[in-house]
Write a protein that binds this ligand. Structure first.
Ligand SMILES: Cc1cc2nc3c(=O)[nH]c(=O)nc-3n(C[C@H](O)[C@H](O)[C@H](O)COP(=O)(O)O)c2cc1C
Length: 242
């Protein structure tokens, strides 16, 4: 059984582990295993399998590092949103690539610029270790430092904000993001990938963190469907009128 499901189950059973006590974490749906499409998605799903050794060659952190260096401007002025100077921006964090796939689909369908949230201190490649680290970050209310900062969000009216569900919540680095940027007056469209928890209570959390923003309906795509997100993304964009 997936480790996080086991732990959430224990949390539900005993009701004592504060790290697991928030939101929908206790309402975990059964794990979805049937629709894994592609090796990468299967690896990306937190599963009962041992972290495959191949994970180290295709790990989320390596992808993050690769992406970071791809987006690093030669001037060394810091990672700035990539794109054509659109009025929409996709900001996302992704450890193992699922949320990144959805972010790419949103950008492709909207023409939005992109900014990947990369932690200053890279996360481990081993997901079992990551589960513990993320749990501790949540318990401590950590604010992991973001490696690069964006100079100006002024041109953006719409900001898509994407993240994986970690322990029934946003990863704490998303809280770092919302602490760092004032999105007042902007339209925020959250999206999330997960193993089965859906968005949990993250949309309400974002509303609380950005009370002067208009926070729209969130999109959830399961990790196993994240390799082919275009139609779900398109339907969501249509519903939002964006
Ligand atoms: C630290 C950690 C905690 C997680 N907690 C949950 C959870 O509470 N509920 C859930 O459905 N999935 C959970 N997952 C699974 C991820 O949400 C899912 O695999 C997601 O698609 C990963 O996105 P990424 O590839 O963009 O990192 C967790 C994964 C990690 C690494």
């Amino acid at each position: 059984m997936k480790k996080w499901i086991s732990m959430l189950f224990l949390c539900t059973l005993f009701g004592t582990l504060t790290a697991c006590s928030s939101g929908d974490a206790a309402e975990e749906p059964e794990q979805e295993q049937t629709e894994a499409s592609g090796q990468e998605s299967e690896q990306n799903e937190i599963s009962g399998q041992e972290p495959a050794q191949t994970e180290t060659s295709t790990s989320g952190q390596e992808k993050a590092d690769a992406k970071e260096s791809e987006t690093e401007p030669e001037s060394g002025e810091g990672n700035q949103p990539e794109g054509e100077g659109s009025q929409a921006l996709v900001v996302y964090f992704s450890w193992s690539g699922n949320t990144e796939n959805v972010a790419n689909s949103i950008a492709a369908q909207t023409g939005a610029d992109m900014f990947r949230i990369v932690p200053s201190e890279p996360y481990v490649d081993d997901y079992n270790e990551l589960l513990d680290i993320a749990s501790e970050e949540k318990r401590n209310g950590a604010r992991p430092e973001i490696a690069d900062s964006m100079e100006d969000l002024g041109q953006y009216d719409v900001i898509y904000v994407g993240f994986p569900n970690w322990w029934g919540d946003m990863p704490m680095i998303l809280y770092s993001f919302f602490d760092s940027y004032d999105l007042s007056g902007k339209t925020v469209a959250p999206f999330c990938t997960s193993g089965g928890s859906g968005l949990s209570d993250t949309v309400n959390s974002i509303k609380a963190l950005e009370p002067e923003a208009e926070v729209l309906e969130g999109l959830h795509i399961s990790g196993s469907a994240a390799s082919d997100p275009d139609s779900a993304v398109g339907e969501w964009l249509d519903r939002l009128g964006l």
